[in-house]
Design a protein around this ligand. Structure first.
Ligand SMILES: NC(=O)NCCC[C@H](N)C(=O)O
Length: 325
């Protein structure tokens, strides 16, 4: 079975369901994206910081680059589902949410269903409500969501069918992390928890860590203030790099300057091939990756940089599949 909606075009919703799940680092089959629109005109010189932008975007360039990125994904065989095609009830909210285009932060898709975030108010409040509707209309069940009022949790990373990576960032409240860890351990066997400095540059887990291949990742280790491993019946401090090495994963460290250019935040097309901003990595890291046989499909951001997000942030991965021999 493929990941596409059988016989239906992009403009039609379906209840028939699509294939989903991204734990395994297989070939990227489908993603959910939101082409930004009139919500970008909410931004001006007085409020762009409130809206968590680094500057006021140049709107036509921003939208054009977003479209170019979608085309790049499609030309590599990735099916792009457009959020708006799967939203009826919450269309009014979309126009009020200039950060909705950063769909990556709103949910993570496992084979058991979506792990829905709770976005931090005020700038990102209720984005998950829109995404939940779209996922529902795509036929992807919700595996986990937050019901309490006080708190937020902007995402985690799935490292395998067993392991979830959670970072305690400025976009996560500790009680929500505790609730999440205890609930998700019913579905996954371990959670790696990493405390990072509460600063915008480390706002989400993918700002400090991301896997490239089953045995290789990029990380900015100076931000790992404390790392712990939680299982259903234990919790212990770990040395993150040594722990990952024991699991067979080597880490290539990025520099302070690279981290600030979102070096750890890229989209694997498949194990060993990544889509990445051409501005994110220094020559040395490129060389190290080349020596490892990693292929980088480069994308040049200009207007897109105003939003403070990477290609990964614009991309909610829905389905990955390993090619069967
Ligand atoms: N994962 C990410 O790093 N997402 C980028 C989100 C950018 C957005 N303007 C924000 O600050 O929330």
């Amino acid at each position: 079975m493929g990941c596409e909606i059988n016989g239906l075009g992009r403009a039609r919703k379906t209840r028939s369901g699509i294939d989903y799940g991204c734990e395994e680092l297989g070939r990227l089959k489908s993603v959910l994206m939101h082409t930004p629109g009139e919500e970008l005109s909410l931004l001006n010189e007085l409020n762009y910081k409130h809206w968590l932008y680094d500057k006021v975007p140049e709107i036509s360039g921003y939208i054009k680059e977003h479209r170019n990125y979608q085309e790049l994904l499609e030309s590599n065989g990735v099916r792009v589902y457009e959020l708006e095609d799967y939203v009826d009830e919450n269309t009014g909210l979309i126009k009020k949410m200039p950060n909705l285009t950063f769909l990556h932060d709103t949910a993570v898709i496992s084979g058991k269903g979506a792990i829905l975030s709770r976005m931090r108010p005020p700038a990102r409040e209720k984005e998950e409500v829109v995404v939940k509707e779209a996922l529902n209309n795509l036929g992807i069940p919700i595996l986990s969501e937050f019901n309490g009022d006080e708190g937020f949790f902007e995402g985690c990373l799935l490292l395998s069918k067993e392991t979830v990576f959670v970072a305690d960032t400025e976009r996560h409240t500790y009680p929500f992390i505790r609730e999440f860890v205890s609930n998700i351990l019913k579905e996954f066997s371990e959670v790696i928890y990493v405390r990072v400095p509460k600063a915008r540059r480390y706002m989400h887990p993918d700002t400090v860590f991301n896997r490239i291949r089953e045995d290789l990742a990029l990380a900015y280790l100076p931000a790992f203030e404390e790392s712990c491993l939680f299982t259903e019946d234990s919790g212990e401090k770990i040395d993150f790099k040594a722990f990952m090495r024991e699991k067979g994963m080597e880490i290539i460290s990025v520099s302070d300057s690279e981290q600030s250019r979102l070096a750890c935040s890229f989209v694997p097309l498949e194990s060993g091939t990544i889509f990445h901003y051409d501005t994110a990595l220094d020559q040395k890291t490129r060389k190290d990756l080349e020596n490892e046989g990693i292929e980088i499909i480069s994308f040049h951001p200009d207007a897109l940089l105003a939003g403070g997000g990477s290609l990964r942030c614009h991309t909610l991965r829905l389905c990955r599949r390993k090619i069967k021999n």
